[in-house]
Unconditional design. Structure first.
Length: 196
């Protein structure tokens, strides 16, 4: 698979066997939505798989990307992909956590860590997208005006969210749906306002 945007555009990355990678059209849509300059932002990829979306974020200049993936084989592939692009050479940071997504979110909240962009694409058919969104809403790891992007199978129904998140994009790509939420908060700290 090739990186499609930013500094590393055109470079190849490895894909673990047996995963469903985020399609190029969806990866392109994600960065058309959130922008191609992520300088200074913290990006979280849950259920990271190969880390393709987080690596695209590093390619677009995200200051730090945290990859959360529980499968050790996939973790090894993410680490190999990071070694191929060497974000540290550009002053950027890629952190790989071998953890369950729900445990990771709760740990981030316990440590008062926050993110400007959160992307999650859990395995289809297990109804994990709904539970993941509810977990993100319940734990305070989002900066003001942060973006949450959820990719999931179109058969799954997402919950209504309270006034802390606003749905700003809802798009179907084949059997995959991409929802984009923006965190709504009164203060201006960590502002990630985008023209969506």
């Amino acid at each position: 698979m090739k990186i499609i945007t930013g500094e590393y555009s055109g470079r190849n990355i490895y894909m673990p066997e047996g995963i469903r990678p985020t399609q190029n059209v969806i990866r392109k849509a994600i960065f058309d939505i959130i922008g191609h300059d992520l300088s200074g932002l913290r990006f979280l990829e849950l259920y990271a798989g190969s880390g393709a979306v987080g690596i695209e974020a590093l390619s677009c200049g995200a200051a730090e990307v945290v990859f959360v993936e529980h499968d050790p084989k996939n973790v090894a592939v993410i680490e190999e992909n990071l070694s191929r692009i060497r974000p540290v050479d550009r002053g950027l940071k890629g952190t790989v956590l071998k953890q369950d997504a729900f445990f990771a979110v709760k740990e981030f909240a316990r440590r008062h860590e926050t993110f400007d962009v959160v992307f999650f694409d859990p395995p289809y058919g297990l109804k994990l997208a709904r539970k993941t969104l509810n977990t993100l809403v319940a734990h305070d790891i989002l900066t003001a005006h942060s973006l949450v992007l959820a990719q999931f199978g179109d058969e799954e129904r997402m919950p209504e969210v309270d006034n802390r998140l606003e749905l700003v994009k809802n798009k179907l790509y084949g059997s995959s749906r991409l929802l984009v939420y923006e965190r709504i908060k009164d203060d201006n700290s960590g502002d990630l306002s985008r023209e969506l």
